[in-house]
Design a protein around this ligand. Structure first.
Ligand code: COA
Length: 552
């Protein structure tokens, strides 16, 4: 049996029989029910009509394609499954993306859903595609694409804004200009020795055609795959030439004549078998170390994670109650527990992978920031990945704290996190407000993965604070002009701003906009982090070099 960390297990003061716990649990279960319903909707893609058409053509739904490619009984960590929530686009965004194991190799899989606008490149498909390429590059894992795409979204709409009727031309131009980046990124993967494998399941036109064009290996399917820069109607318009799908860009033609298709499959299951065969010959070896510590389950019950967070996020939560239900054996060696206690730092392991954990116990004080910066450097010194558990309302404000150098100390933490080179995994378990979001390795800080709990919120600050600040600004303007201040109008504006801000900050909105990798059931936190810790080990785990640990 492998050695465990010698730290003792955490104890918890959480009382699962208390009314508070029961209320929190009830609220979390309601949110999970809502999520389930939305995930079912996402699975329906373009709807029953399009699924029937697919079935009549002898084709499989996108999720079945993925399931057939994966090793039996292996997990699939779907990323951004609720993309496009609360937009006029189909929930899920028109593509399925995630990490799965093919022939024993962790791969990122990006698959067009042909039931949604023929797999056209809507802004959400584009964003998911870009994220898939980023995951492949950052974690150095093979990139597998299942292509069936009508190419550019030819409807005259804006790039993802909620009220598409405004449809600014500039947004369309931006979207078009940025889209070219995919081609660059795909080509670059190959240069970085990250294999790209493409299975073409249907019509792959224009932008869609470059996906096989830029892949290392292509599988095409007899009488089903069609790849052309322009289909027969456009060719007729451009040159007057008469053609048909098969002779212009059919699978047989690409296998026999153009040479674009390396492997010719009989049907979809055969194509997926060939895809698995290709990945199995990649001679894949992970550059990072295997798990080195004992991977026993937590002693504290992960089921109880359902009752840890108060839905309005105002009640303080001891982040150790989360840590103890996620880490191996609930063991946690806390670093400097008596200093800067609002940032809990310490060493643990998850599924046998050593980690350093930073978790918020409220607002960040100068001492907490200083401790965090010190701890990040320690983990870099010993090549240990970092897990950030966010639940913070930002950095502390006020005269005393400005005098104590909160800007300086906060910047030290930001500096340490920015220059840290071990992988960062972030879970937003509660509030994620202000610059603290960045200091705790938010999405903007090049972390490898960001997941969010259903009750979490992310924003520049709370709704009440934003509404209140703007009210003070309006009051000051009125005073300067010598005008009477309209209290009633101000109260109405405050209420509207607060409401809008609160709604806009919820996890579903953030996830819908693909500003994280997805909402997870709190009980799955350990599993999700375990998968990610395994994935990041496709790269060497190397801490930042250049200077030693500054005692801050
Ligand atoms: N942009 C936006 N929507 C598109 C689209 C595109 N490029 N191509 C197709 N769609 C939509 C259709 O309007 C239809 O929408 P609906 O669900 O509201 O009915 C849906 O996708 C399915 O299209 P349909 O033609 O009925 O399906 P199909 O399976 O028979 O054919 C294609 C799919 C992709 C082969 C065919 O639609 C096609 O050739 N599209 C044009 C592709 C093209 O020339 N792209 C150029 C990109 S630069």
């Amino acid at each position: 049996m492998q050695q465990a960390l010698l730290a003792p297990p955490l104890r918890s003061n959480l009382d699962p029989r208390s009314p508070d716990f029961a209320e929190n649990r009830e609220a979390m279960l309601k949110k999970l029910e809502q999520l389930e319903a939305l995930l079912d909707e996402a699975e329906q893609g373009g709807g029953a009509h399009h699924h029937e058409r697919l079935a009549k053509r002898g084709k499989l739904p996108v999720r079945e394609r993925i399931a057939l490619a994966l090793d039996p009984d292996s997990p699939f960590l779907e990323i951004s499954s609720l993309a496009a929530y609360n937009s006029s686009y189909t929930i899920g965004g028109g593509a399925v993306m995630g990490i799965g194991i093919i022939a024993g190799v962790e791969c990122v899989i990006f698959a067009n859903d042909p039931t949604v606008l023929g797999g056209a490149l809507t802004p959400y498909v584009s964003k998911k595609w870009m994220r898939a390429l980023e995951i492949a590059r950052d974690n150095h894992i093979p990139y597998v694409s299942f292509v069936e795409s009508a190419g550019a979204d030819l409807r005259m709409r804006g790039a993802g804004e909620k009220n598409e009727s405004s449809s600014p031309a500039s947004a369309r131009v931006d979207h078009f200009a940025e889209s070219g980046r995919f081609f660059y990124e795909m080509t670059e993967l190959s240069k970085l020795d990250i294999p790209t494998v493409c299975v073409v399941f249907g019509s792959s036109t224009a932008g869609g055609a470059y996906q096989p064009g830029l892949s290392d290996y292509n599988v095409v399917i007899k009488e089903q795959s069609k790849i052309f820069l322009a289909g027969p109607p456009l060719v007729k318009m451009a040159t007057g030439e008469e053609s048909d799908d098969e002779t212009l860009g059919g699978a047989q033609m690409h296998a026999d004549v153009s040479g674009l298709g390396e492997y010719l499959a009989e049907d979809e299951p055969d194509a997926l078998r060939l895809c698995r065969e290709i990945v199995s010959h990649l001679n894949w070896r992970k550059a990072g170390p295997p798990p080195s510590l004992r991977a026993d389950p937590p002693l504290l019950d992960p089921e109880e994670l359902l009752g840890t967070m108060d839905p309005d996020l105002k009640r303080p939560v001891d982040i150790r109650d989360v840590i103890g239900r996620v880490v191996d054996g609930s063991r946690f060696e806390e670093f400097k527990p008596r200093y800067g206690p609002t940032l809990v730092c310490g060493f643990a392991s998850i599924h046998g992978y050593p980690v350093g954990i930073l978790g918020n116990n409220g607002v960040i004080y100068p001492e907490s920031a200083e401790k965090g910066a010190h701890f990040v450097q320690l983990c870099n010194q010993i090549d240990v990945p970092l897990v950030f558990l966010q639940n913070l309302t930002g950095f502390i404000v006020g005269r005393d704290y400005e005098h104590a150098g909160i800007i300086k100390k906060g910047s030290q933490l930001i500096n340490a996190v920015t220059n840290s080179t071990v992988p960062h995994l972030t879970v937003i378990v509660g509030a994620s407000y202000g610059a603290g979001t960045y200091a705790m390795s938010g999405r903007a800080f090049n972390n490898r993965f960001t997941f969010i709990w259903p009750s979490a919120k992310i924003a520049v600050m709370g709704g009440k604070q934003i509404a209140g600040v703007m009210s003070i600004v309006r009051r000051g303007q009125a005073a300067r002009k010598g005008e009477a201040f309209d209290e009633e109008a101000d109260a109405q504006i405050r209420a509207a701003v607060e409401d809008m801000q609160e709604k806009g900050s919820i996890a579903l909105e953030a996830s819908g906009a693909i500003s994280d990798d997805g909402i997870i059931d709190p009980r799955d936190t350990r599993t999700v982090l375990g998968i990610c810790l395994s994935v990041v080990r496709n790269t060497p785990i190397e801490g930042a070099e250049g200077y030693g640990v500054f005692r801050l």
